[in-house]
Design a protein around this ligand. Structure first.
Ligand code: ADP
Length: 486
């Protein structure tokens, strides 16, 4: 239960000694970064409260495991129905805490509905016992079985860019595996995750899913109490969490940052490439781990492609949106994010980049103009550090080989795209890239193909991947059982 300590949002300026002895805050505010409006007030869960929650989850988990994948499927399908019935309200809540355009706010519910259905229906198949063939005459007198048994309590820690979809992509497979789940959403956008918990309660499902809220300390408490950690967020935080998991000797998987390249070859359909890359850079105001973050274009088509890309990006309508979709793009998640984007763009301009459109904040909330930068190179932070904003820096390359070399010149390796009229050539290029996924003549396709493994290489990710059978098996320990035939 929550302690009824007095709330304190601002310390009175005239009484510094009182501020020093003030009790720690027990809640925090969530605001719409586009308008500054209050979206909600949320508790800060202490380490003790997190530990108590996990103890409670441990009580209910064995029964959840025991009902098996078919039993769990019914609850997950009920949750899917609830998500369908509540789509508009979920989009409202999400929009209020992110300042996204309405069209972007609808992505999370749609993705969540789709993914929940996928794992609800397929988990039984993915978790079915396996009977590997014996390797020797001796083993042939036994039945060999591989069994997938869940980690009792999985901790899921998520970022702010997709406040509902990021929780769902891990909470659902972990629940499907038979684990109990404690979720710590980003303190920037906790409200959508709290809605997910509300949905789980409203359908009357067993109490094997809980949400705790707060900042890094609450997240650290999750890491300190669970049996497996799934983290999605920045690489520095991922590194700290991995260190804490190693200390406890518990497994983890990390989905981290990216700096995804797009390679435009001279034989590409340039209109298609321009619109695809504009979408890949501008969708969700560029706040996607698999956003297009840098573009390499073969010299013969460089200027022509820049014209088409700039025209496509100029079509993006940006503004503070309401429930009726009017805009394609809204705000950045918070002030510090807006400042990072501004810094990358300013540094590029100072170093000689050409601004073809955009290039600055709009003056409203955290909105940043859709931006195309030309003539960039790898001395600029906009080509090496994750920007996570609506910016597309474009660099001219001599040929395919140089494009591959530069694309691979990154600490990250999440996803990439290759644009070419020759699909065989594009696939040859794809197979040379150091990235967990490559989309040919498209962006984001891998993310919406749940059957594929999704995850980063290099500093973009560690451990088991999202998607397919592994997306649910990663939450399981494998148990080998041998049984005599006679
Ligand atoms: P971003 O959301 O900008 O990617 P982070 O990677 O820092 O930022 O945060 C992602 C999530 O990790 C958030 O939910 C945040 O509260 C949480 N977090 C931050 N620090 C820690 C920590 N030391 N241990 C556990 N979780 C943390």
């Amino acid at each position: 239960a929550r302690k009824a300590a007095p709330k304190r949002k601002t310390a009175p300026a005239e009484a510094p000694e009182a501020a020093l002895s003030a009790p720690a805050p027990t809640e925090f505010e969530v605001r719409n970064p586009a308008t500054g409006e209050l979206a909600g007030t949320v508790p800060i869960d202490s380490a003790d409260e997190v530990a108590a929650k996990v103890r409670e989850l441990r009580l209910y988990q064995p029964e959840w495991e025991a009902i098996g994948p078919e039993g769990r499927k019914e609850w997950l399908l009920k949750l899917q129905d609830w998500l369908i019935d509540n789509t508009d309200r979920l989009a409202d809540v999400l929009q209020s805490e992110t300042g996204k355009a309405r069209v972007d706010s609808l992505i999370d519910p749609a993705f969540s509905i789709d993914l929940t259905g996928y794992y609800a229906r397929r988990a039984a198949k993915f978790l079915a016992d396996e009977h590997p063939s014996p390797h020797s005459p001796l083993a042939r007198v036994k039945t060999l079985t591989t069994v997938f048994r869940p980690y009792p309590v999985v901790g899921v820690i998520t970022p702010w860019n997709f406040p509902l979809a990021m929780p769902v992509i891990d909470v659902i497979p972990a629940l499907a595996a038979g684990a109990a789940v404690i979720l710590k959403p980003s303190e920037v956008t906790p409200l959508s995750a709290m809605e997910l918990a509300r949905g789980w309660r409203e359908i009357g499902a067993p109490p094997v899913f809980a949400v705790v809220t707060g900042a890094g300390e609450t997240g650290a408490a999750v890491v300190n109490n669970v049996d497996y950690v799934q983290f999605t967020g920045s690489t520095p935080t991922g590194r700290r969490i991995a260190a804490a998991c190693v200390e406890r000797m518990i497994p983890y998987s990390l989905e981290l940052g990216g700096k995804d390249p797009a390679i435009v070859l001279a034989d590409a359909d340039l209109d298609r490439a321009a619109y695809g890359i504009a979408f890949g850079g501008m969708f969700n105001a560029g706040q996607v781990c698999i956003s297009v973050e840098r573009v390499y274009v073969e010299a013969p088509v460089y200027e022509e492609f820049l014209k088409k890309l700039t025209a496509a990006v100029k079509e993006v309508r940006q503004g503070v949106d309401g429930r009726e979709p009017k805009y394609d793009m809204g705000a950045l998640a918070n002030e510090s994010q807006a400042q990072i984007v501004q810094k990358h763009v300013e540094q590029a301009i100072e170093s000689g980049a050409r601004v073809l459109t955009g290039g600055k904040r709009t003056g409203v909330g955290t909105l940043f103009e859709p931006t195309v930068l030309a003539d960039v190179d790898h001395t600029m932070t906009c080509m090496t550090e994750e920007t996570f904003g609506p910016t597309l820096p474009v660099m001219k390359v001599a040929d395919e080989a140089e494009a591959v070399r530069l694309a691979n010149d990154s600490i990250y390796g999440l996803s990439a795209s290759v644009w070419s009229g020759d699909k065989a050539r594009a696939e040859r290029v794809a197979r040379q890239l150091n990235a967990g996924a490559v989309n040919i003549n498209d962006v984001f396709s891998n993310m919406f193909s749940f059957a594929l493994p999704m995850g980063g290489w290099g500093l973009s990710g560690v451990g088991a991947r999202w998607g397919g059978p592994n997306g649910v098996r990663k939450y399981c320990r494998q148990q080998a059982i041998t049984k005599p035939l006679l």
